[in-house]
Design a protein around this ligand. Structure first.
Ligand SMILES: *[C@@H]1O[C@H](CO)[C@@H](O)[C@H](O)[C@H]1NC(C)=O
Ligand SMILES: *[C@@H]1O[C@H](CO)[C@@H](O)[C@H](O)[C@H]1NC(C)=O
Ligand SMILES: *[C@@H]1O[C@H](CO)[C@@H](O)[C@H](O)[C@H]1NC(C)=O
Length: 420
């Protein structure tokens, strides 16, 4: 097993090499290749094939909506009206579909019309709303803060996304449609932010008919020892230095890493290499699951950007045995939380009926952490292991088998509305 050896027995040269590699990695995730031809990294004008373009090209009607959070973040969300075969018919209870870390609404389209979850849900004639959280290229705006010049814009993590963004989107959809409740489908961070919302603001639990979680993230104690975990640890250990250098936004669309991947993975002969590389570097290998077509387009949208603070928060959750808030360090914790250690989220307040689908081969959200989450949640109504034993984390978004492996179960739960 390729375990990274961090013991300090290396020579001066190898230490220098380590420092240079780390610097290169941070450069790659922060700065653009060519400032001249493209707008600043992170801006939505950069996006090749945006949500509206892709859905309308494929014959769907989609709308762009703007949601403003209590703390002033301006989020762009999308509504996809009934698939081509729905003839204006629409099933009741809107669905809010929420992406994961470093992703955007576009992730639900990249697997194509037969497997992208947004298409599948729209094809089944649901009134589908697709969210975007603060900091990604669609939601990089604020009423008073400028993301390019105000560091404060970036001082958030999943804690704030769960506390402000998810409730704002839920309220918006309910107000706009007049529905009493909605069904929520959340992937990875999109599930964890739901649990944060319910724990912090339990009144929101009652606005949700069912919560369908796909590879839900909570604590990440058992995330596999892979380069992704190492990167998270580096963020957690090195963030003061990065902040001092003015780094607040990371892994944005238009930064070197994304531009490089989008370019390098576009050729048909490189796409399978890119697919293999991604799965082994940040997840686990599932041969043949993601098509070359999907690999080519996914890097136009991934990574979609977030805050340094959010990555640090993930670095913390990879070593904490609890699902807890951002750790500012003892002194600031006392100011912010009134105690030295970050408070734990109260998962027993998540009273919404919860459905969980997870994969056995998921290296990011491990089965052990899913089982831990289940033991804390009071109302899990269905716990489903995806049939394919090689089902990994990225498969939820990109696999060519989503229609077969995930959607039937999701559909079953979306059509049985247990409004009480
Ligand atoms: C998507 O792209 C189209 C065409 O370039 C543009 O008119 C539209 O404003 C874009 N929408 C978003 C949300 O970026
Ligand atoms: C992707 O393309 C390669 C050829 O470069 C081919 O060998 C491979 O089977 C393709 N993968 C899929 C999932 O279609
Ligand atoms: C957690 O939530 C449950 C259910 O709402 C409540 O009874 C309990 O008091 C809460 N615990 C804490 C520590 O707030």
């Amino acid at each position: 097993m390729p375990v990274v050896n961090m013991t300090p027995k290396g020579t001066l040269t190898s230490n220098i090499l380590v420092v240079i590699s780390i610097a290169a990695v941070f450069y790659a995730i922060t700065f653009p290749i060519k400032n001249v031809t493209r707008k600043k990294p992170g801006n939505q004008e950069n996006i090749v094939f945006n949500f509206t373009q892709m859905t309308t090209q494929n014959g769907y009607t989609s709308e762009e909506h703007t949601v403003v959070t209590e703390d002033g973040y301006i989020l762009r969300i999308f509504r996809v009206q009934g698939g081509r075969k729905c003839d204006g018919k629409r099933r009741s209870l809107p669905v809010l579909l929420m992406h994961g870390l470093l992703l955007s609404s576009d992730v639900w389209l990249d697997a194509g019309t037969d497997n992208g979850l947004a298409y599948l849900i729209a094809n089944a004639c649901f009134d589908l709303w697709v969210g975007n959280c603060r900091g990604n290229y669609y939601s990089r705006r604020h009423e008073t803060l400028d993301p390019d010049t105000d560091a404060k814009f970036w001082h958030f993590s999943v804690d704030e996304i769960g506390h402000y963004d998810v409730p704002a989107m839920v309220d918006y959809v309910l107000d706009y449609t007049g529905a009493e409740k909605l069904n929520y489908v959340g992937y990875s961070q999109g599930a964890s932010t739901f649990f944060i919302m319910c724990s912090e603001r339990p009144e929101y639990c009652n606005k949700i008919n069912k919560m369908i979680s796909l590879a839900p993230a909570s604590r990440q104690f058992n995330t596999a020892l892979n380069p992704y975990r190492l990167l998270l640890r580096l963020f957690a250990l090195g963030h003061q230095y990065l902040r001092a250098m003015g780094v607040e936004e990371v892994l944005s669309n238009g930064a070197f890493l994304q531009e490089f991947l989008a370019y390098a993975c576009e050729a048909y002969w490189t796409s399978s290499i890119c697919n293999y590389g991604t799965s082994v570097l940040i997840d686990s290998y599932h041969p043949g699951s993601v098509t070359n077509e999907t690999t080519k387009i996914m890097f136009k949208h991934f990574p979609a950007g977030t805050s340094l603070q959010n990555m640090v928060r993930y670095g913390q959750s990879a070593i904490s045995p609890d699902f807890q808030k951002y750790d500012y360090g003892k002194d600031i914790n006392i100011d912010v939380y009134g105690q030295e250690t970050p408070p734990k989220f109260n998962l027993s307040a998540v009273t919404t009926p919860v459905v969980i689908l997870y994969g056995k081969n998921d290296a990011l959200v491990s089965v052990k952490d899913v089982k831990w989450l289940v033991s804390k949640l009071p109302n899990v109504i269905d716990l489903v292991e995806v049939k394919d034993p090689l089902w990994n984390h990225l498969d939820v978004a990109y696999s060519q088998y989503i229609g077969e492996m995930l959607f039937p179960k999701i559909f079953e739960h979306l059509v049985t509305n247990s409004i009480n």
